[in-house]
Design a protein around this ligand. Structure first.
Ligand SMILES: C[S@@+](CC[C@H](N)C(=O)[O-])C[C@H]1O[C@@H](n2cnc3c(N)ncnc32)[C@H](O)[C@@H]1O
Length: 221
């Protein structure tokens, strides 16, 4: 799948996707609660590492902006899709200078150490080279947070639905995160299960000379 197909898929469905966030109770009834859970986990981690700046990769309509801004954290949102950027800029406009939105894809993340945390929610799902995305995020920020769908029925059905429109969907197993991190010169800090939907994973730069510890927290129930 080309990154153009991923981008145009969400450009065409920006309003529909943004609507998933309009009511958390409704989203939970419809089985979309993990969308909210992953936002909360990303905010928790950003607060825990005392971030003052966050790069939100594939920010979409900007559902992460207000919760981070409410914690005093400045956000740079990036997304290549016209319609998503328009929605994200509307959201940024009401957050009084806390958020800027740049229209670009993850392939154009060239910053080094420009942010405290780089977050990508709902992006690794569609990326053919997750190691490259993770590496760029890990150069831009010391801490990286990503959501990853697990393989299985749910992801299998999404593969069929999105595949019909030329968009590939990738599932990730818990056992693969260490290798993915190592390929990007990162380590796994924490793997947080999102029920059957997948995981939020917190990575950080390897501090040479320290033994890494993996923490696993079950927030699902
Ligand atoms: C599933 S949505 C997730 C949006 C948001 N992060 C959220 O949690 O609601 C995926 C987003 O990735 C964006 N995207 C597509 N191609 C991209 C690329 N090359 N780099 C970064 N984001 C991209 C899409 O436009 C879309 O907004």
């Amino acid at each position: 799948m080309s990154s153009g197909e991923f981008q145009s898929y969400f450009h065409e469905r920006a309003g529909r996707f943004a609507a998933f966030y309009s009511s958390e109770p409704v989203a939970r009834v419809l089985g979309r609660g993990p969308l909210f859970d992953r936002l909360e986990r990303a905010v928790d981690i950003s607060v825990q590492v005392e971030a003052s700046t966050v790069l939100d990769v594939g920010c979409g309509s900007g559902p992460l902006f207000a919760p981070l801004a409410a914690k005093g954290i400045h956000v740079t949102g990036i997304d290549p899709a016209d319609a998503m950027v328009a929605l994200a800029r509307e959201q940024a406009a009401v957050l009084s200078g806390m958020v800027v939105v740049d229209q670009r894809g993850w392939e154009q993340i060239d910053e080094i150490d420009a942010y405290d945390v780089a977050v990508a929610l709902g992006v690794f799902d569609y990326v053919d080279r997750p190691d490259e995305l993770l590496s760029r995020m890990g150069r831009a920020a010391r801490h990286v947070v990503g959501s990853f769908p697990s393989p299985g029925l749910r992801t299998g059905l999404r593969k069929i639905r999105y595949g019909a429109r030329g968009v590939g969907v990738h599932g990730y197993s818990r056992s693969g995160f260490e290798e993915l991190a190592a390929d990007s010169d990162l380590r796994v800090v924490e793997i947080i299960p999102l029920g059957r939907a997948g995981f939020v994973v917190h990575f950080s730069r390897i501090d040479r000379g320290r033994t890494p510890t993996v923490v696993e927290t079950d927030w699902s129930g």
